[in-house]
Design a protein around this ligand. Sequence first.
Ligand code: LRH
Ligand code: MN
Length: 431
Amino acid sequence: MSETYRISNDQIQDQNTAAQASLQDDFDHLGMQLARRGISIEEITREAQGFAVALPSWGVGTGGTRFGRFPGIGEPRDIFEKLEDCAAVQQLVRCTPTISLHIPWDRPDDPAELRERAAHLGISFDAINSNTFQDQPEQALSYRFGSLTHTDATVRQQAIKHNQECIEVGQQLGSTALTVWIADGGNFPGQLDFRGALGRYIDGLREIYSVLPVDWRMFLEHKFFEPAFYSTVNNDWGTSYLCAAELGDQASCLVDLGHHAPNVNIEMIVARLIQFGKLGGFHFNDSKYGDDDLDSGSIHPFQLFLVFHELIGAHRDDASFAPAYMLDQSHNVTDPIESLMTSAMEVQRAFVQALLVDRKALAEHQGANDAIMALGTLRAAYQCDVSPILAMARLRSGGAIDALGLYRKSGYRSKKGVERPSDGVSSAGIV
Ligand code: LRH
Ligand code: MN
């Protein structure tokens, strides 16, 4: 495989050298402030360096809507170019060491070759996403009226087989998780037999679960609507929980932040799933109205912080608690690499802010029903500008202090524009 342009570590070093002194000042100043709160900035920075969120393979291409897609230059045309772009993000922000693939969009001809290429680029594979929400050209039976819940058993078998194939591909790539999101549902009252459809869903999941390797996890992703506009089979956390509980210990629930009606208390749903041992992972993004798949932390940063407040609490109670963190976004008007970098850093920011919560004080205020002081305790953490910690974590992990600045200065996008003349056909983004 011919070598293509990559940002050099020298470029990163040069930029870091120029920015290091002022970062150290800011870091030391914040360190003194945190020390007064009994918090060690060194300890927090080590935790920040250990934080990781996976990148969605479908996030490196320009996304669109049913009204249109406006691809940028240098769009990745195949899985190898998607890996390159994910590696560029990891090289600069150092908190995105894995990529989550979508099958068949990213089905490798030679999994061993792909695995080797990824290792060469310093990334590995996270959860595999199956796709029974679209019909592929070579597909025998259509998913128009559903997949795992279709009334026709041969269609259900086709969907079950596809998910089992995703597990096989994932094993060859070193992945250890399967995410199952299905679009199944109805557009009109009466179209679906609610109990029958859910029963078929659970039966199908059981067949997939029966071939799950012992070290694998299976994530069920709920969504309240779209593309079905009246009823969705796995529509909310409760349905998802019940189904995961039916399957067994290796099955759990994946919370995509955009899959809830406006104003739903997502952080409380997270607490519920934690309490009942079924919180498996996340698709981080943000939204104003529907499943907008906007950049994480761009609309509701406080909600993202509150979600991590619940996660840190769970981790404090059980050190083995390790849900899968992934981004799931669609970048329609930005350079996808810039959105992925800034979103990963904003998710890491929410994680670090949540580490600063004085949990002892919070418990006292909750015990005393002192709402103002309880809210104030959370705000004190949320309103702390942890940017110096995030930048120091990047610096110490070999990344860029100013990731966005360096990416733009590198001319990566225009260089890829030359390397990857558009074939006008392939699209790496979701519509
Ligand atoms: C469904 C979803 C799911 C993916 C798809 C790309 O809305 O969130 O996680 O398979 O987006
Ligand atoms: Mn999702």
